[in-house]
Design a protein around this ligand. Structure first.
Ligand code: PXL
Length: 285
């Protein structure tokens, strides 16, 4: 049964400050006309990617009671979107949740958040990486960056610029894990442009989309990208068009952050571009 308004379940942490995970997924999906129900995996004062002294409250014990209650309410989700997960055990529970809520026509969308720039995030362990691999085998779509793709494929991380051949081998190997659609972020062939590549294993089609390249590291852009990509897909865009929208949205947000010299640790100034998102999805009519 389809919902009147597309209904997504977002399984991420709440980092109180820092524009990532649920503080990004909720506003973006809502602006895109999608009901976003949340299963918070942990509550932190900030994200873990650069602040010191952050608080961390693990919510692993809440996962099963929350989804059992939702089951008892006979809720249907058009998409289940997982991101940052707090512990090894938690990744296993999310895998079980996927089995409980998977239907013939919904999508399991996994952003295998584990690291960036060749390094694991501080709360991630090798054991969690193995468990994330298993989680991805149950997904319909995965959205890794190159660091995460390398971890999932158990191969060493390589700095860019990349070649088409290198990216296409990564995409095809990732699809062998199980997901039929792969969107790989952080793809660049020169120092002028950066973007994403997508692969649909059913059609064999590989596509690319690039924007300009801004130097520096902007926190939370993976979550902004994933949320816009899912927003596009749930609004019936083709994979390539949803990816292009996500690249454009992230690029605009980075440019504005740079223009205002805002501290990139606090994420990108994406709020200004929610009207752009609504327009590109044709939701302003
Ligand atoms: O943006 C990914 C992310 C999500 N949640 C938390 C994080 C990070 C990356 O550092 O620390 C808590």
């Amino acid at each position: 049964m389809k919902n009147i308004i597309p209904h997504a379940m977002a399984i991420h942490d709440i980092s109180g400050v820092g524009r990532c995970s649920l503080t990004v997924a909720l506003p973006i999906l809502s602006a895109a006309g999608i009901q976003c129900s949340v299963l918070p995996t942990a509550v932190l004062s900030t994200h873990t990617g650069g602040f010191t002294g952050y608080t961390y409250c693990d919510l692993t014990d809440e996962i099963v009671p929350m989804y059992n209650h939702w089951k008892s309410l006979k809720l249907n989700f058009d998409a289940i979107y997982s991101g940052f997960l707090g512990s090894y055990e938690q990744i296993g529970l999310v895998t079980e949740l996927f089995h409980k809520f998977k239907t013939d026509d919904n999508i399991i969308f996994v952003d295998p958040v584990m690291g960036d720039n060749g390094k694991l995030y501080p709360t991630y362990t090798q054991q969690m990486a193995l468990s994330m691999y298993r989680l991805c085998t149950n997904a319909d779509i995965i959205v890794p960056n190159i660091t995460e793709a390398s971890i999932l494929l158990d191969q060493s991380y390589r700095e860019g610029p990349y070649t088409r051949e290198y990216i296409e081998v990564l995409l095809k190997r990732l699809a062998l894990l199980g997901p039929k659609k792969i969107v790989l972020t952080g793809v660049y062939f020169d120092d002028m442009r950066i973007g994403a590549a997508c692969y649909d294993a059913d059609t064999g089609i590989i596509d690319y989309y690039f924007s300009g390249k801004v130097n520096g590291f902007y926190h939370g852009t993976g979550d902004v990208f994933g949320s816009v990509l899912l927003a596009g897909i749930l609004n019936n865009l083709q994979l390539h068009d949803a990816m292009a929208l996500a690249v454009d949205f992230v690029y605009k947000s980075i440019l504005l952050t740079e223009k205002h010299k805002a501290d990139p640790l606090y994420g990108v100034l994406f709020e200004k571009y929610l009207p752009f998102l609504i327009k590109r999805l044709g939701l302003d009519k």
